[in-house]
Design a protein around this ligand. Sequence first.
Ligand code: NAD
Length: 288
Amino acid sequence: MLALKQSTVIGVIGAGAMGAGIAQVAAQAGHQVKLYDNREGVAKSAIEGVAKQLAVLVERKKFTSEQVQQILARLHAADTLNDFSDAGLVVEAIVENIDVKKAIFDTLESVCAEGCILASNTSSISITRLAASMKHPKRMVGMHFFNPAPIMKLVEVVSGLATDIDVATCVYETALNWGKKPVYAASTPGFIVNRVARPFYAESFRLRQEQVADCATLDALLRGAGGFRMGAFELTDMIGHDVNYAVTCSVFEAYYGDFRFQPSLIQKDLVDAGYLGRKSGQGFYSYQ
Ligand code: NAD
């Protein structure tokens, strides 16, 4: 199967950090995109957010204002999942919870045409498990973008046991057409990047818990001496602690409680307090 044609309608579910970015990427690639969120007004605000990001890119001469108008004209806030009946690919980017995701794919199977590819942007949840209760599990695939989706090149194309190789190939080729650098991965907990990244976060959080140094010092060291683009504290503040903690819990559980993936108590405290990072104005750092 080749890449999706530009005329294919793309559905994106969840208009948070990732969904908005993925919708932007697909619209920039020339597709009509429908963006849905179950919180009223959120999809519309997300598109307004994309418009602001694109305005900055016009100032930086990456796009002309005509191009931006065309991109924005291709982005539509959907009122209900029924609007996805003409989609050829739907990418789900909602909360990292298997039961909530399964419920969405249940509904999508009753709404979308049989040829529509159903993809999840999950960071850690088994694609095999997501597909297991589906009527047509062959069309289920992971399409895992990184944050921020319009900037980060990598996309993990994740196959579960039932995923059709043609479906994975189509998503891979489509990601290439969208200017991304896709890699194939088998569906193991956390796939590639989120598995490798867990010990990086865990050890950083332990350093903080043992009061070895403050967050700013540790982040500066990881950047300056370690060569990382971001330290663990600023990075998880950007990702969102609710998302990052849920991913760690999911990987920890999937590896039968392997200590390497043990969730951090200081991160759990942040989640319990509602200190979710940049999106809530407070995480390890304050953004107010
Ligand atoms: P987010 O909290 O920013 O956004 C999630 C959105 O989904 C919210 O707007 C919420 O209202 C909506 N939502 C929740 N349940 C819904 C439902 N049943 N129907 C429709 N909309 C619903 O989260 P995010 O950071 O965008 O993460 C979304 C997914 O992407 C997760 O699976 C996460 O693991 C994955 N992911 C996140 C990152 C990251 O850095 N944040 C990176 C890669 C992948």
